[in-house]
Design a protein around this ligand. Structure first.
Ligand code: NAP
Length: 505
């Protein structure tokens, strides 16, 4: 096959893809390319631009450890600022020439003979990669429920991630389906302009107040002049959030102690006792993602806003049919129904050894990897933000940076021992995931009495890391060759010991 060959091909240019590209560039590994299906960088922070879109993790932590931004204007920055931060990274690290925009990966297939990934893009490019890094993220594909009659609806509808800013919502009747992290940010914005808003809630979220403040210019100047102060501030946020991890992963009873605080937040902001009742969750705080907002409850406590419990029965030609069977006419339906989070890679996209689709490899177990990053039978594939790397309490950028360090070490060790590929040993993957799922049993996500998007169809939590994030950092600091079979091109010889002659573990 006549195709370009790269040492590393990265797919996606959000925090994961860009972070990987920066580290490769810094280490002088210049034979890499980033494939990005959109026309700009940013990943989730490019494609999510619904009104009110912002981060619910403090910006001074939700950013690269190696590129502090002293100019964050708020403690929790809005989407445009995060996007612009990522765009600035491209300039600062001179990555523009490395990124191929509007280039969507359609298939990656592992070739035994060359121990390379053969890639095809939607526009017909053919590339080969000695290592393939997925920075596609777990929350990139919108989940649109199969509501009966959805296609019959005669008004306008779109998913929160595909916001159509051309639709003027002023004075319109709008329905929002879903009450997750996206909905609680966009609903308050919508209530300011629409004639009426019907919110369809299947399960109420726990919503706490958000300590979202403007960062005073004096602090911004100080951060710019004395970076150490920002480092200290960042560390303080990290350890403050990390202190909560034990409650989620080991002692859910602590979270139950916090529920009265959350109930007070509802009671302070909602006058109608029936609405308070409707909005109060019955599961343990933390079982689903804990949300933060100061304007969500006040937005619901208005005459032109109605909350309908019990989910949705279907969609009619004129509106949404609630659990009570009543069709309420609307002009616009916003589907804030989340993402296909338990399918980190789409079917047909990644085909490993012996022609096995990664989706099929996960058929019996659900998505699983070793350290959320490598998968047996898929040599030299590294999944950033992969299975069980998600967090309920801190910054994903921390997890992504840990994984990037692991990938860099994998490349170094592969080169040092002269192999062409590293294929995770299946027993390592099995043992790791058995231990991880055992740990998962005591977490609030398993014991809190809810069903969340963290779980796959069988109820297995395939999304979250059930420990402290520093434990993940330690575990990913160094790749151990003994966990891998080493591969060589042509004969694709396998050294089952993971210790070829001359190789150092
Ligand atoms: P989500 O949290 O998965 O919420 C989806 C909502 O849609 C839930 O309320 C769900 O109800 C509802 N829903 C789904 N299918 C439904 C159906 N068939 N009928 C009725 N209701 C249905 O999605 P999201 O709000 O887009 O957030 C996803 C994740 O993205 C977050 O958890 C977070 O990790 C990330 N995010 C982060 C930020 C941030 O600030 N960092 C902002 C937005 C999103 P149930 O609860 O009953 O399932």
């Amino acid at each position: 096959m006549n195709s370009e060959i790269f040492d590393v091909v990265i797919v996606g240019s959000g925090f994961a893809g860009l972070g990987m590209a920066i580290k490769l560039q810094q280490e002088g590994r210049r034979r890499f390319v980033v494939l990005e299906k959109e026309g700009d960088v940013g990943g989730t922070w490019l494609v999510n631009h619904y009104p009110g879109c912002a981060c619910d993790v403090q910006s001074h932590l939700y950013s690269f450890s190696f590129r502090h931004n002293p100019h964050w204007t708020r403690t929790f920055s809005p989407q445009p600022e995060i996007l612009s931060y990522l765009q600035d990274c491209v300039v600062a690290y001179d990555l523009a020439d490395r990124i191929r925009f509007r280039t969507e990966l359609s298939e990656a297939r592992f070739d035994e003979a060359s121990a390379c990934w053969q890639l095809r893009t939607a526009d017909g490019q053919q590339l080969r990669a000695r290592a393939l890094v997925s920075g596609m993220g777990g929350l990139s594909r919108p989940a649109v429920p199969d509501f009966a009659g959805l296609d019959e609806f005669q008004g306008v509808r779109f998913h929160s991630q595909q916001w159509d800013h051309a639709v003027d919502l002023k004075g319109k009747r709008v329905a929002v389906i879903g009450t997750g992290a996206s909905a609680i940010q966009l609903v308050p914005q919508l209530t300011r302009q629409v004639a009426s808003l019907d919110l369809y809630q299947r399960t109420p979220p726990w919503v706490l107040s958000k300590p979202d403040y403007r960062v005073a210019p004096i602090w911004r100047r100080l951060f710019a002049r004395v970076p150490l102060i920002q480092s200290v501030f960042r560390s303080a946020i990290y350890w403050f959030l990390e202190a909560r991890a034990g409650a989620f992963t080991r002692f859910p009873a602590v979270l139950r102690l916090m529920q009265p605080l959350a109930r007070r937040h509802i009671a302070k902001q909602i006058r109608d006792p029936a609405l308070v009742e409707k909005l109060t969750p019955s599961y343990t705080l933390g079982c689903k993602r804990v949300l933060m907002a100061n304007d969500y409850y006040p937005a619901l406590d208005q005459d032109h806003v109605a909350v309908h419990s019990g989910g949705v029965q279907g969609i009619g030609a004129r509106g949404v049919i609630g659990a009570d069977g009543v069709e309420r006419p609307v002009d616009v339906i916003v589907l804030a129904t989340g993402f296909a989070a338990t399918e980190p890679l789409p079917p047909g996209a990644v085909i490993g050894r012996n022609g096995v689709d990664i989706v099929d490899a996960w058929k019996d177990t659900g998505p699983e990897a070793f350290l959320g990053t490598t998968v047996a039978g898929f040599p030299n594939l590294y999944i950033l933000a992969g299975p069980n790397t998600g967090l309920g309490h801190s910054s994903m950028v921390f997890m992504i940076e840990s994984q990037i360090a692991y990938v860099m070490d994998a490349l170094r060790q592969r080169d040092r021992c002269g192999a062409d590929g590293l294929d995770l040993k299946p027993e390592v993957q099995r043992g790791y995931n058995a231990r991880l799922q055992k740990t998962m049993r005591r977490t609030v996500w398993a014991t809190g009495g809810c069903h969340s998007w963290y779980m796959d169809g069988s109820g297995k939590n395939v999304a979250l890391w059930p420990n402290y994030t520093w434990q993940f950092r330690l575990a990913t600091r160094r790749l151990r060759l003994k966990h891998y079979h080493l591969l060589w091109r042509q004969s694709a010889t396998t050294a089952t010991s993971g210790q070829p002659q001359g190789a150092k573990a």
